[in-house]
Design a protein around this ligand. Structure first.
Ligand SMILES: Nc1ncnc2c1ncn2[C@@H]1O[C@H](COP(=O)(O)OP(=O)(O)OP(=O)(O)O)[C@@H](O)[C@H]1O
Ligand SMILES: [Mg+2]
Length: 461
């Protein structure tokens, strides 16, 4: 009998075919979504309207990763949400199977292979690097040593004009009270080594802009990490006549999306110089404020954009002196919600609401520039849905949209549920000799189609 370890069990999960290896699960239970390369068998499974990521992995690693993901969620670091671990799996023939770690599929997430399409602009790559660096710094601030930083272990979500990065693979992670410089540098070194390899792969596959070189990219990551870390935690000394520098340091951190919970301020004996050093820094300055005011849970840059629009609304409606929460509620019901509601149902899987709102604001700006006067936001929203959104690929969970995204140079994946099996190669007609298959009659697998799992199973049985 399988056993479930879970803080919030979804009873529908109990009825899944746990006595079957994940590779043999019926296709109607799976969803083909883009994902990174993995050593373990990973499948996305659909249970009702939820999508879970299921990873087959040995018991102690599954339990370690489950607990660590819990802690990461508690520490509010960006990571996937753990759902449970299924242990004690046995096939009907009595063969033991590895446990399965279940996490919630991170909606609207984009694995890097979906982002590094040929022709990706170097600014986009820069934004991805920034998101990675911010993720690493957030983890380090929380005392998390990741140990396995790599592109495949990161998921990206759109965040206004930027990206937000999430940790997806916590197998090797450790939580400490505080990390030493040596520990942080160790993590950074692993990041550099893994990322260098991954960038070289992308380069070899023609997915990296000619102007970008793997070595340059990893150096950028290292430099930006040090810059950010220094800004977040470095000490600053100045003359007592420059006390405004305390305020500007806090503002600079806020602008980077961080709050200073504790600032250590000391003066020298003579009282002529001041030394400040942020001691406790929390990420999510804008997103926390937006959540408090409106209940909207967004990424940091989306929150910044929405808060700016809220400020504009306040001025426009001449409510400078009014209570912030009241104005926020008006803005939510009169501006934000109508814009989001104006998106036709069939386009909802393309972008999340906060991202739609951000893109509508941009669109209104372009429209207003073109006509020389301000276009009402709802008109801009309708035009945006019709002319922009309709053309964009779905980024939520539509399987139909997903396969072309992971297609490289026109090739099709051998198995859309498992990108690690690689691509069907039309030119490769010569079959490698396999002694086990010798003499077995061939059941042809249709070329250029997805793997016909049923046909293979018939052949096997
Ligand atoms: N909750 C999730 N939401 C979205 N995608 C996910 C989720 N869990 C896993 N994935 C996707 O599946 C891929 C593989 O998962 P994961 O990295 O945990 O496997 P792994 O076998 O442990 O990898 P590694 O080879 O690094 O050990 C990830 O790169 C990611 O794209
Ligand atoms: Mg991984």
């Amino acid at each position: 009998m399988p056993r479930f370890l879970s803080a919030q069990p979804d009873s529908r999960l109990l009825q899944q075919p746990w006595d079957t290896p994940l590779t043999d699960w019926p296709v109607d239970k799976l969803v083909a979504l883009p994902r990174g390369i993995s050593r373990h068998v990973v499948r996305f499974i659909r249970v009702g309207d939820e999508i879970y990521a299921a990873k087959e992995v040995i018991e102690h690693l599954a339990l370690h990763e489950y607990r660590l993901l819990h802690d990461l969620n508690r520490l509010e670091t960006p990571s996937v949400e753990p759902v449970g671990v299924v242990t004690g799996r046995v096939t009907p023939d009595g063969e033991p199977l590895d446990p399965v770690l279940l996490t919630k599929h991170l909606r609207f997430s984009l694995p890097y292979r979906a982002l590094f399409t040929p022709g990706v602009r170097s600014e986009t790559v820069g934004r991805l690097l920034d998101a990675m660096v911010v993720l690493l710094a957030k983890l380090h601030l929380a005392g998390v040593l990741w140990g396995d930083v790599s592109l495949s272990n990161i998921l990206f979500r759109r965040d206004a004009g930027e990206f937000a990065a999430y940790l997806v693979d916590a197998e090797t992670g450790e939580i400490h009270d505080e990390l030493s410089k040596g520990q942080r540098e160790h993590d950074l070194m692993i990041a550099k080594t893994n990322l260098f390899g991954e960038f070289c792969d992308l380069e070899a596959g023609g997915m990296l802009d000619e102007a970008l070189k793997p070595i340059g990219l990893v150096e950028t990551i290292e430099n930006r990490y040090h810059e950010l870390w220094n800004e977040l935690t470095g000490a600053e000394e100045f003359d007592t006549s420059e006390m405004h520098r305390i305020d500007s340091r806090v503002r600079r951190l806020n602008a980077l999306g961080f709050d200073v919970a504790e600032l250590d301020i000391t003066t020298d004996l003579a009282g002529s110089t001041v030394r400040i050093q942020p001691k406790v820094v929390d990420a999510g300055h804008h997103s926390r404020r937006l959540l408090r005011l409106t209940g909207l849970d967004t990424e940091e840059n989306q929150a910044r954009r929405l808060l700016n629009d809220l400020d504009t609304f306040r001025v426009r409606t001449d409510q400078q002196g009014a209570d912030e929460a009241v104005v926020a509620h008006q803005w939510l019901t009169r501006v934000f919600e109508p814009v989001v509601a104006s998106v036709p149902d069939d386009l909802r899987a393309k972008r999340e609401p906060a991202q739609v709102f951000h893109e509508v604001l941009d669109h209104r700006w372009y429209m207003s520039e073109a006509v020389g006067s301000e276009v009402p936001i709802l008109d801009a929203a309708k035009d945006y849905a019709k002319t922009v959104l309709r053309e964009l690929p779905d980024e939520d969970m539509s399987a139909a949209s997903v396969v072309p995204v992971v297609e490289e140079g026109g090739r099709r994946l051998a198995n859309p549920f498992d990108p690690s099996q690689g691509y069907l190669d039309e030119n490769d007609t010569e079959k490698p000799y396999d002694p086990w298959e010798d003499g077995v009659e061939d059941t042809p697998v249709p070329a250029n189609e997805f793997l016909d799992v049923e046909a293979l199973r018939r052949k096997k049985g």
